[in-house]
Design a protein around this ligand. Structure first.
Ligand code: ADP
Length: 477
C-alpha cells in the first residue's frame, strides 16, 4: 500500500514538473515563433528609425554649411558651393516673395529660396548687406556631390551611403545622377524631404545590397533559434536530472519502507521467543534443571540478538549524524585479528574460520573497536549466507602500500548488478537467500562508512555459486 501511494506521489510530482516546466516553455516557443515571423518588419522599422534620425542631423549640418557659404559670398570670398553672386537689381522670376521677405529683415540676414527655370531647379540665397541686396546662386551639382563626404565626416564608421536625391524631372536630375553614379546596387532605408533652398530634393540613406533588412533579420532569427535550442537542451538536462533525483528519492523511500518492515520482522522474532521462554519458565513447564537451563540460555541468546540489532541501528544513526568519533591508534594487524577472533568466539556462531596471515605486515592506523565491528560483520555475513558446509577464511595480506583484510566464503556469491548496491544503506539483494535470512541491509553500509572514515575502501569479488571475497583495504600507518 505504502508503495502504491508513494508511486502516486511520485507521478503527481512528475505531472507538476511537466506542467510547471513544459507549458511555460511551449508558450515561450510560440512567442519566439511569432517574434521570428515579425522579425523582418521589426528590423525594417528599426533601420528606418535609426537612419531617419541620422538624416535629420545631416540635414542640420547641410543647412549650417549653406549658411557658411552665404557668409563667404557676402564677404566676397570664394566658396565651392556658390555658383554666382550678383547684386539684386532685377529679381529672377519666382523670387519676388523671397525679395519681399529679405527686404523686411535687418541687415546681414538672408533667406533661402528656389526657382525653376526651363525645367531646371535653381537654389538661391538672398542676402542683405548694409549697402545692397545680393542674389547668391548655389552650385547644385556641387551641393549634391558634397553630401556623401559630409555623411562620411559626420558618421565615420557608417556602412550606409548618404546622398541628395534630386527631383525626378528636368536636366539637372540627369546631371546629378551622373555625379552620384551608384556603385553596385543599394537600397534606400530612410529618406527625408528638404525645404528651401533645396525644395523637391530629399536626403536619403542607402545600404548596400538589394535587401539589407534580410541579412539582419536572418542573423537575429538564427540567434533566436539557437537560443531556443539552448533553452530546450537546458530544460531537457534539468528535466533528466530532476527525474533522476526523484527516482532516487522514490527508491530510497521504498528502501526505507522495506527497512521498517524488515526491522519489525527482525524484532518480532526474538521478542516472540523471549516471551515464549519466559512464559514456559513462569508456568513451570520446564521441569528438569536441564530444561530450565536451556530455556535461560535461549532467553539470553535471543536477548543478545535483540541488543545486537538495536546496536546496529544505533551505530548507523551515530554514523549518519556524524556523532561517532573514531579513536585511531597504530595497531598491529595480528593483534587486531586476535581481538576479532575472541569476539567471534564469544558469539558462539555455528561455524569457525581459518586465518591466513602474511608475515611482516605493516601496522595500520585504526579504531580497534570500529574495525573489529566491520570484520565481524563480514564474518557474520559469511556464516549467514553460506550453506551447511561452510568454508570461511579470514586473510590479511599486503596490497601494495596498503593492507588488505579479506573474508572469503563459499556462499552463493553476489550478482553482478548487486555488487555496488549491497553497500548502500537498507539495500538487501532481492534473492531467495536474502529473503530467507534475517538482516537489515545496514551491516555493509555501516562497514563502508567506517572503512572510508579510515581512508580505506571496501569491495567485493564474487563468483556466483562459488563464493565471495569481501576486501577491506587500509592504508599502512
Ligand atoms: P544484511 O545482511 O543485514 O541484509 P548487509 O548490509 O550486511 O545486510 O548485506 C547486504 C546484502 O548483501 C545482503 O542482504 C545480502 O544479499 C548480500 N550479502 C552480504 N554478504 C554476503 C555474502 N557473504 N554472500 C552473499 N551475499 C551477501
Amino acid at each position: 500500500m505504502a508503495d502504491t501511494s508513494e508511486l502516486i506521489e511520485f507521478r503527481r510530482a512528475f505531472v507538476w514538473l511537466l506542467c510547471g516546466m513544459l507549458l511555460p516553455s511551449v508558450a515561450l516557443v510560440a512567442f519566439g515563433v511569432v517574434a521570428v515571423a515579425n522579425e523582418r518588419a521589426a528590423v525594417e522599422r528599426r533601420l528606418t528609425e535609426e537612419y531617419s534620425s541620422r538624416l535629420q542631423s545631416l540635414q542640420r549640418e547641410l543647412m549650417a554649411r549653406l549658411d557658411r557659404a552665404v557668409d563667404a559670398a557676402v564677404r566676397r570670398e570664394p566658396d565651392p558651393l556658390v555658383a554666382s553672386v550678383a547684386p539684386l537689381s532685377r529679381p529672377p522670376p519666382g523670387l519676388e516673395d523671397a525679395v519681399r521677405r529679405v527686404a523686411a529683415m535687418p541687415p546681414a540676414a538672408h533667406v533661402f529660396a528656389s526657382t525653376e527655370a526651363q525645367g531646371d531647379r535653381q537654389a538661391w540665397a538672398l542676402a542683405r548687406t548694409p549697402e545692397k541686396m545680393l542674389a547668391i546662386q548655389f552650385d547644385l551639382p556641387a551641393v549634391v556631390a558634397m553630401i556623401p563626404a559630409l555623411g562620411q565626416q559626420r558618421f565615420p564608421r557608417e556602412r550606409a551611403d548618404f546622398r541628395l536625391v534630386p527631383p525626378r524631372e528636368g536636366g539637372l536630375a540627369a546631371q546629378v545622377k551622373r555625379i552620384v553614379a551608384e556603385a553596385g546596387s543599394t537600397t534606400a532605408v530612410a529618406r527625408i524631404a528638404l525645404g528651401a533652398p533645396l525644395d523637391g530634393f530629399a536626403l536619403a540613406a542607402e545600404l548596400p545590397g538589394d535587401d539589407p533588412a534580410a541579412a539582419l533579420a536572418f542573423r537575429n532569427r538564427s540567434l533566436y533559434i539557437l537560443l531556443l535550442v539552448l533553452l530546450y537542451v537546458g530544460i531537457g538536462v534539468g528535466f533528466g536530472l530532476t527525474i533522476r533525483e526523484m527516482r532516487r528519492a522514490y527508491k530510497l523511500s521504498r528502501l526505507k519502507t522495506d527497512f521498517v518492515a524488515n526491522i519489525s520482522h527482525e524484532l518480532r522474532t526474538p521478542l516472540t521467543s523471549v516471551r515464549l521462554f519466559a512464559e514456559t519458565l513462569r508456568e513451570g513447564r520446564a521441569e528438569s534443571p536441564e530444561e530450565v537451563r536451556e530455556c535461560v540460555e535461549l532467553l539470553s541468546s535471543e536477548s543478545e540478538r535483540l541488543s545486537n540489532l538495536v546496536e546496529k541501528l544505533l551505530s548507523w544513526s551515530r554514523l549518519e549524524s556524524g556523532r561517532q568519533m573514531l579513536q585511531q591508534e597504530k595497531t598491529e594487524v595480528p593483534a587486531l585479528l586476535e581481538e576479532i577472533g575472541e569476539a567471534y568466539k564469544a558469539q558462539q556462531l555455528p561455524a569457525t574460520y581459518q586465518t591466513e596471515l602474511e608475515k611482516d605486515l605493516p601496522p595500520v592506523n585504526v579504531d580497534r573497536d570500529a574495525m573489529a565491528q566491520v570484520v565481524l560483520n563480514l564474518l557474520h555475513n559469511a556464516v549467514k549466507y553460506t550453506g551447511d558446509e561452510k568454508r570461511i577464511r579470514l586473510r590479511a595480506r599486503r596490497a601494495g602500500r596498503s593492507v588488505a583484510i579479506e573474508v572469503e566464503d563459499n556462499g552463493p556469491g553476489v550478482r553482478q548488478q548487486d555488487r555496488k548496491r549491497i553497500f548502500e544503506r537498507f539495500y538487501r539483494a532481492d534473492d531467495l537467500l536474502s529473503r530467507k535470512t534475517e538482516g537489515t541491509g545496514l551491516g555493509l553500509a555501516i562497514s563502508k562508512k567506517i572503512v572510508e572514515a579510515h581512508g580505506g575502501r571496501i569491495e567485493v569479488d564474487s563468483r556466483l555459486g562459488v563464493g565471495s571475497t569481501f576486501r577491506i583495504v587500509l592504508p599502512a600507518a
